[in-house]
Ligand binder design. Structure first.
Ligand SMILES: C[S@@+](CC[C@H](N)C(=O)[O-])C[C@H]1O[C@@H](n2cnc3c(N)ncnc32)[C@H](O)[C@@H]1O
Length: 226
């Protein structure tokens, strides 16, 4: 899967994808993550990417021209994939709320584009005329769209076949509308807190029953039961 991210702060993406499963997915060619600096697509001497908001109010707004030029240039260089066929997603607190289902939906595409806002936000014409979608990672405001883009790349990549190790569980929290059961490992007793006896029993049928009950209980307690 290819992901093109457009940002004013490309350096933020280096370390989260230089470790663990994401790093391996990139090395194995399962995740082709390309980070583009929007500032590289400005045409003025000072590489200006933001300006004051029409109508007043504090804060700067990201200008439309460099963002359109950046996305169109990247697609212009790649005749194999017309932009119309690819989801172009703006990171926005006003977007649809990101979820496991949306991660699955996005993983079905061979390529997606993520645009990171900053400052007061992005000129609305980007949302209206360049993007096909806008996604929020939750009802709070972050400084920029970089962390939301990283969250989306991570969650979506996990849905790409081969990214998770062979032995990874096939069903995790949210996959079937429930939360996963609790996990324990050695030692059997830590600071006086013992691992539930059932997990040491070796009886797989009983363990499976316990896990199902725990999963149901957690889901009910969290209020997430569907
Ligand atoms: C400081 S925020 C702008 C917030 C905006 N003034 C508002 O009140 O909705 C700057 C950028 O961070 C990103 N961002 C902030 N919170 C986000 C969230 N919960 N989900 C997705 N993107 C977010 C967006 O790209 C946004 O344009």
């Amino acid at each position: 899967m290819r992901v093109d991210v457009f940002t004013l702060f490309p350096g933020m993406f280096s370390s989260p994808f230089a470790e663990s499963i994401m790093q391996r997915a990139m090395t194995q060619g399962l995740l082709d993550l390309r980070i583009h600096n929007i500032r590289d697509f400005t045409t003025d001497k000072h590489h200006v990417c933001d300006d004051m908001a029409y109508g007043g109010g504090g804060g700067m707004v990201m200008k439309p021209e460099p963002i359109f030029t950046a996305v169109e240039s990247v697609f212009g260089m790649d005749q194999a994939q017309p932009i119309a066929a690819v989801p172009v997603i703006l990171m926005s607190p006003a977007g649809r709320r990101f979820s496991h289902q949306i991660a699955i939906e996005l993983a079905e595409h061979a390529r997606i584009v993520l645009i990171c806002g900053h400052y007061e936000g992005v000129d609305e014409r980007v949302r209206e005329h360049l993007c096909t979608d806008a996604i929020s990672i939750g009802d709070y405001v972050l400084t920029g769209g970089e962390l939301p883009a990283m969250v989306i790349v991570d969650a979506v990549s996990r849905q790409v076949p081969g990214v998770l190790p062979e032995f990874a569980p096939k069903v995790e929290s949210h996959a079937d509308g429930t939360l996963e059961y609790p996990h324990y490992t050695r030692p059997p007793v830590f600071r006086g807190w013992a691992v539930p006896d059932v997990l040491l029993s070796g009886n797989h049928a009983v363990i499976e029953k316990w896990r199902k009950a725990q999963s149901a209980e957690r889901t009910r307690e969290s209020g997430k039961a569907s």
